[in-house]
Design a protein around this ligand. Structure first.
Ligand SMILES: Nc1ncnc2c1ncn2[C@@H]1O[C@H](COP(=O)(O)OP(=O)(O)OP(=O)(O)O)[C@@H](O)[C@H]1O
Ligand SMILES: [Mg+2]
Length: 624
């Protein structure tokens, strides 16, 4: 592939910190990768080049491309990594300086929760705050300055956050463990506080390159600055695509690059190589509505792209139409894996998972679990399954202590011990109740559980779900389980989508059959990995497809109701739409429905904002 002159200039320039500012699809990632190849051709050691990607998948793709460009083996690029992966390599080598030993354990989320719960219970605080406090601890560390963070936000309810934070960190250290955020945070401390270590890595890394720089958070920015030693920094990004502000990313690092580095050199790429001109025009017309943005030109030479806006009666109709279109595109030679269905929030995947299965089209979920594998959906479905299939021990065991009834693993074992051959765990539970073999608290909880399981058996599926939710105050439990209010909102949306979908079936059995079929089909598709991509827009960042369907473009869904409170959030939502549009190379289908999850829905302002541009390029009027 021939680089453009603009791209070549950026690749060949060495001398001062460099920033490439460019729109979507203009070859930023390609330029960064080509620069690594160029450095290697000019005698730089590939083992001494640090290239930061946003995801592990992107790191893998970059390495593959480097192998093709340079002809050297994939093992020769040890520092093409995400921030987390690079920092863990460093932390492992020097953790003794911070008082840790090898092997260092990384705590998964459930281990973090367990540890913090022990601390909270020990202090007589309500453990319902555990997930929210973990969220605060995470934000504090990613801000790079927890002290300052907790000055701004000292308490949750009556709990002093900095006290809990200190105890949590102390406990982690005593267990010789780190959580995911500590991988970056402790590496930052290591590089900041130990000049020898800092010098070692500044000497090691002859070059530092950062992709998707616009979404760096404060901690990542500080790490980059600690690695940097002079002129060897090359960052690429696009402020129009900054979409992780809600998670602490700070686009100001990108915007102030020239101020931070006095001798900085800035390159601009203007031509979009990914998308046809029609798609680029629509994307440009949308982003015009964002007042806070860098000036940037984006154009494309390719002509002949398709952009259409479609309106449907409801989400099922929308999904079926997408499937039929997918088939037509397949027949015209677009492979399934070059098509993507993108949506703002996870619950939207359900209608597509069902319809794709119905049409026998393979698909794969990117970046998130399939609808029926999500925790809240599994919980509810296990209740329903335990009701219809009394011998289903896996489902019954899952729900015995969800929400908590004081039935821990020891108690489950005790209940299981009364089983005789042919008896299920549920039978055993009924037996311990009859014979009054457990403590009054467990007896009461188990009685309620069995009573509800028996009651919902004959109820229509959506009613059965309501019964489960209300009998056990499941939403309250879920709120406690969720890390942030956004996480909770997304889980509730999943449940709403489930209830609506269940209301289409008349018996629990019928409903459960469909749920397990959708799940099983997905397992099979995983094998070849060659299906239509289903993804949230966030997870589609940096990727490209021949055909993109942006579904569910309705007010309150996109822009999402939780992100409509401030102008800044609304602009981030619009950038998200910009990212979605610019994933498409040739075909772009934008759709909205009049009903979603059975509720009335209205066209998104983003669709209205691009309507003129779409009409102009297609020459048609669009039916609304
Ligand atoms: N000079 C070129 N000639 C031909 N194709 C190119 C050229 N530069 C980039 N491309 C192609 O354009 C597409 C987009 O490139 P790339 O993914 O590097 O863009 P990007 O700016 O990183 O996009 P995003 O903003 O979405 O991250 C890729 O398919 C790439 O191979
Ligand atoms: Mg890119």
């Amino acid at each position: 592939m021939e680089l453009s002159n603009q791209q070549k200039d950026a690749v060949e320039y060495i001398g001062s910190p460099t920033l490439v500012i460019a729109g979507a699809g203009s070859g930023k990632t390609l330029t960064l990768t080509s620069k690594i190849a160029h450095l290697i051709q000019n005698g730089y050691d590939p083992a001494r080049i640090l290239a930061i990607t946003f995801t592990n998948k992107a790191a893998g793709e970059m390495k593959n491309r480097l192998v093709r460009l340079t002809g050297i083996g994939p093992g020769s690029f040890p520092w093409v990594r995400t921030y987390h992966s690079a920092c863990f390599m460093i932390l492992k080598s020097h953790c003794s300086l911070l008082g840790y030993n090898m092997p260092l354990q990384i705590y998964a989320e459930y281990q973090q929760k367990k540890l913090l719960t022990e601390i909270m219970v020990g202090l007589n605080f309500d453990k319902k705050y555990v997930p929210a406090i973990l969220g605060q601890i995470s934000s504090a560390k990613n801000s790079a300055n927890p002290g300052h963070y907790f000055d701004q936000k000292p308490c949750m309810s009556h709990i002093r956050l900095s006290d809990i934070y200190n105890l949590y960190e102390k406990e982690l250290q005593q267990k010789n463990a780190v959580d995911f955020d500590n991988i970056l945070f402790l590496t930052r401390n290591l590089l900041r506080d130990f000049p020898d270590v800092r010098k070692k890595y500044q000497d090691l890394f002859q070059f530092i390159l950062v992709d998707e720089y616009q979404d760096s958070n404060n901690l990542q920015e500080e790490l980059t600055r600690l690695f940097f030693s002079g002129s060897n920094l090359f960052c690429v990004g696009d402020d129009w695509q900054a979409i992780y502000g809600f998670r602490g990313s700070n686009v100001n690092h990108f915007l102030t690059f020239e101020k931070k580095y006095e001798k900085a050199r800035v390159f601009r790429l203007e031509k979009n190589y990914r998308s046809s001109d029609e798609i680029v025009q629509v994307a440009n017309s949308l982003i015009e509505y964002n007042p806070d943005k860098m000036d940037k030109k984006c154009y494309a030479k390719k002509k002949g792209g398709v952009v259409e806006i479609h309106n449907f009666y409801n989400d099922d109709e929308e999904a079926k139409w997408v499937c039929r279109k997918v088939r037509v595109l397949k027949d015209t030679g677009v492979p399934y894996n070059k098509m993507a269905v993108l949506y703002r929030t996870k619950f939207c995947s359900l209608a597509f998972e069902k319809a794709l299965r119905y049409y026998g089209i393979p698909y794969r979920m990117m970046g998130s679990k399939g609808f029926f594998e999500r925790k809240e959906i599994l919980d509810i479905n296990c209740y329903l399954a335990a009701s219809v299939f009394p011998k289903d021990d896996v489902s019954f065991e899952r729900i015995m202590n969800i929400p908590s009834r004081g039935i821990g693993p020891g108690m489950i074992q005790k209940i299981g011990s009364v089983m005789i051959p042919g008896m299920s765990l549920q039978d055993a539970a009924r037996k311990v109740l009859c014979e009054r073999l457990v403590t009054p608290k467990v007896h009461k909880g188990l009685t309620e559980l069995i009573e509800v399981i028996d009651r919902i058996r004959e109820q229509p599926p959506s009613e059965a779900i309501h019964t489960v939710l209300t009998s056990f105050r499941y939403l309250e439990y879920l709120q406690g389980y969720s890390k942030t209010s956004a996480d909770y909102a997304s889980r509730v949306e999943n449940i709403e989508a489930l209830i609506y979908s269940a209301s289409q079936k008349s018996t629990l059995l019928e409903y459960l059959e469909e749920a397990s079929l959708v799940r099983e089909d997905k397992e099979e598709d995983k094998e070849d990995g060659f299906g239509v991509n289903l993804s949230t827009i966030h997870a589609s960042k940096g990727l490209e497809f021949s055909a993109v369907f942006i579904a569910g473009c309705e007010e309150d869904l996109f822009p999402h109701w939780k992100s409509k409170e401030s102008e800044a959030e609304l602009q981030e939502e619009r950038r998200l739409m910009y990212v979605a549009i610019t994933r498409a190379a040739y075909y772009l289908y934008i759709s909205y429905s009049n009903f979603r999850k059975g509720q009335p829905a209205h066209i998104s302002r983003f669709v209205e904002e691009i309507t003129d541009a779409v009409q102009e390029i297609s020459g048609d009027s669009i039916p609304f």
